[in-house]
Ligand binder design. Structure first.
Ligand SMILES: Cc1cc2nc3c(=O)[nH]c(=O)nc-3n(C[C@H](O)[C@H](O)[C@H](O)COP(=O)(O)OP(=O)(O)OC[C@H]3O[C@@H](n4cnc5c(N)ncnc54)[C@H](O)[C@@H]3O)c2cc1C
Length: 109
Protein backbone atom coordinates (compact mmCIF):
# COMPACT_ATOMS: atom_id res chain seq x y z
CA UNK A 1 0.00 0.00 0.00
CA UNK A 2 1.43 3.39 -0.94
CA UNK A 3 0.66 6.42 1.24
CA UNK A 4 0.93 10.07 0.28
CA UNK A 5 1.35 11.49 3.81
CA UNK A 6 4.86 12.01 5.19
CA UNK A 7 5.80 9.21 7.61
CA UNK A 8 5.10 10.04 11.30
CA UNK A 9 7.99 11.99 12.89
CA UNK A 10 8.36 9.74 15.90
CA UNK A 11 8.59 6.60 13.82
CA UNK A 12 11.19 8.20 11.52
CA UNK A 13 13.30 9.22 14.54
CA UNK A 14 13.07 5.72 15.97
CA UNK A 15 14.13 4.27 12.62
CA UNK A 16 17.09 6.65 12.39
CA UNK A 17 18.23 5.69 15.90
CA UNK A 18 17.87 1.99 15.13
CA UNK A 19 20.13 2.05 12.07
CA UNK A 20 23.91 1.77 12.04
CA UNK A 21 23.79 3.43 8.64
CA UNK A 22 22.52 6.86 7.74
CA UNK A 23 18.90 7.93 7.17
CA UNK A 24 18.43 10.80 4.74
CA UNK A 25 15.27 12.90 4.35
CA UNK A 26 14.17 15.55 1.82
CA UNK A 27 15.86 18.86 2.50
CA UNK A 28 18.89 17.34 4.16
CA UNK A 29 22.36 17.75 2.64
CA UNK A 30 23.08 14.93 0.24
CA UNK A 31 19.41 14.09 -0.40
CA UNK A 32 19.52 14.88 -4.12
CA UNK A 33 22.72 12.97 -4.75
CA UNK A 34 21.45 10.04 -2.67
CA UNK A 35 18.20 9.78 -4.66
CA UNK A 36 19.85 10.03 -8.09
CA UNK A 37 19.64 7.00 -10.37
CA UNK A 38 21.86 5.99 -13.26
CA UNK A 39 18.96 6.76 -15.62
CA UNK A 40 18.74 10.51 -15.02
CA UNK A 41 15.40 10.66 -16.89
CA UNK A 42 13.81 9.10 -13.81
CA UNK A 43 13.34 11.66 -11.05
CA UNK A 44 11.85 10.05 -7.96
CA UNK A 45 11.58 11.67 -4.53
CA UNK A 46 11.54 9.12 -1.73
CA UNK A 47 10.38 10.17 1.74
CA UNK A 48 13.38 8.39 3.24
CA UNK A 49 16.67 6.96 1.99
CA UNK A 50 18.42 4.48 4.27
CA UNK A 51 22.10 3.88 3.62
CA UNK A 52 22.22 0.44 5.18
CA UNK A 53 25.55 -0.99 6.26
CA UNK A 54 24.53 -4.54 7.18
CA UNK A 55 21.71 -7.09 7.09
CA UNK A 56 20.33 -5.88 10.44
CA UNK A 57 19.80 -2.42 8.95
CA UNK A 58 17.96 -3.92 5.97
CA UNK A 59 15.72 -5.99 8.24
CA UNK A 60 14.94 -2.92 10.35
CA UNK A 61 13.98 -0.96 7.24
CA UNK A 62 11.76 -3.70 5.83
CA UNK A 63 9.95 -3.96 9.17
CA UNK A 64 9.54 -0.18 9.28
CA UNK A 65 8.07 -0.04 5.77
CA UNK A 66 5.70 -2.88 6.59
CA UNK A 67 4.58 -1.29 9.87
CA UNK A 68 4.03 2.14 8.29
CA UNK A 69 2.50 0.77 5.08
CA UNK A 70 4.91 2.65 2.83
CA UNK A 71 6.35 1.49 -0.46
CA UNK A 72 9.86 0.12 -0.47
CA UNK A 73 12.58 0.07 -3.12
CA UNK A 74 15.82 -1.84 -2.75
CA UNK A 75 18.80 -0.36 -4.54
CA UNK A 76 22.08 -1.97 -5.38
CA UNK A 77 23.89 0.00 -8.05
CA UNK A 78 20.92 2.11 -9.17
CA UNK A 79 21.44 0.94 -12.78
CA UNK A 80 18.02 -0.59 -13.37
CA UNK A 81 16.85 1.17 -16.52
CA UNK A 82 13.24 1.47 -15.39
CA UNK A 83 14.22 3.11 -12.11
CA UNK A 84 13.08 0.24 -9.92
CA UNK A 85 15.77 1.13 -7.40
CA UNK A 86 13.74 4.11 -6.18
CA UNK A 87 10.20 5.07 -5.29
CA UNK A 88 8.25 8.31 -4.84
CA UNK A 89 7.28 9.03 -1.20
CA UNK A 90 8.42 5.62 0.01
CA UNK A 91 11.57 4.26 1.60
CA UNK A 92 14.68 3.47 -0.44
CA UNK A 93 17.08 0.96 1.01
CA UNK A 94 20.45 1.45 -0.58
CA UNK A 95 22.91 -1.38 -0.12
CA UNK A 96 26.06 0.16 -1.56
CA UNK A 97 27.63 0.32 1.90
CA UNK A 98 26.74 -3.28 2.78
CA UNK A 99 30.21 -4.73 2.37
CA UNK A 100 29.83 -8.14 4.02
CA UNK A 101 29.78 -11.19 1.77
CA UNK A 102 29.18 -14.86 2.38
CA UNK A 103 30.95 -17.79 0.77
CA UNK A 104 28.80 -20.87 0.20
CA UNK A 105 30.77 -24.09 -0.43
CA UNK A 106 29.62 -25.95 -3.57
CA UNK A 107 30.17 -29.73 -3.54
CA UNK A 108 32.33 -30.83 -6.44
CA UNK A 109 33.82 -27.39 -7.11
C1 LIG B 1 24.47 1.23 -19.19
C2 LIG B 1 23.97 -0.07 -18.67
C3 LIG B 1 24.61 -1.22 -19.02
C4 LIG B 1 24.17 -2.45 -18.57
N1 LIG B 1 24.84 -3.56 -18.95
C5 LIG B 1 24.44 -4.75 -18.50
C6 LIG B 1 25.16 -5.93 -18.86
O1 LIG B 1 26.15 -5.89 -19.59
N2 LIG B 1 24.71 -7.12 -18.41
C7 LIG B 1 23.61 -7.20 -17.62
O2 LIG B 1 23.26 -8.30 -17.20
N3 LIG B 1 22.92 -6.10 -17.25
C8 LIG B 1 23.30 -4.88 -17.67
N4 LIG B 1 22.60 -3.76 -17.30
C9 LIG B 1 21.40 -3.92 -16.51
C10 LIG B 1 21.67 -3.73 -15.05
O3 LIG B 1 22.90 -4.27 -14.68
C11 LIG B 1 20.52 -4.41 -14.36
O4 LIG B 1 19.39 -3.62 -14.48
C12 LIG B 1 20.76 -4.71 -12.89
O5 LIG B 1 19.67 -5.40 -12.37
C13 LIG B 1 20.90 -3.44 -12.11
O6 LIG B 1 21.34 -3.79 -10.81
P1 LIG B 1 21.34 -2.70 -9.70
O7 LIG B 1 21.90 -3.30 -8.45
O8 LIG B 1 22.02 -1.45 -10.19
O9 LIG B 1 19.77 -2.45 -9.49
P2 LIG B 1 19.06 -1.14 -8.97
O10 LIG B 1 18.87 -0.11 -9.99
O11 LIG B 1 19.71 -0.75 -7.71
O12 LIG B 1 17.59 -1.70 -8.80
C14 LIG B 1 17.16 -2.45 -7.70
C15 LIG B 1 16.64 -3.79 -8.10
O13 LIG B 1 15.92 -4.28 -6.96
C16 LIG B 1 14.59 -4.56 -7.34
N5 LIG B 1 13.70 -4.11 -6.28
C17 LIG B 1 13.49 -2.82 -5.92
N6 LIG B 1 12.59 -2.76 -4.94
C18 LIG B 1 12.24 -4.01 -4.66
C19 LIG B 1 11.35 -4.59 -3.72
N7 LIG B 1 10.62 -3.85 -2.88
N8 LIG B 1 11.22 -5.92 -3.70
C20 LIG B 1 11.94 -6.70 -4.53
N9 LIG B 1 12.79 -6.21 -5.45
C21 LIG B 1 12.95 -4.88 -5.52
C22 LIG B 1 14.30 -3.82 -8.62
O14 LIG B 1 13.36 -4.56 -9.38
C23 LIG B 1 15.66 -3.74 -9.27
O15 LIG B 1 15.91 -4.86 -10.08
C24 LIG B 1 23.03 -2.53 -17.74
C25 LIG B 1 22.38 -1.35 -17.35
C26 LIG B 1 22.85 -0.14 -17.81
C27 LIG B 1 22.14 1.12 -17.40
Amino acid sequence: MAVTQPPPRGAVDTLAQSLRGELIEPGQPGYDSARALYNAMIDRRPALIARCVDAADVITCVRYARAEGIELAIRGGGHNGGGLGSVDRGLVITCRRCTASASIPMPGR
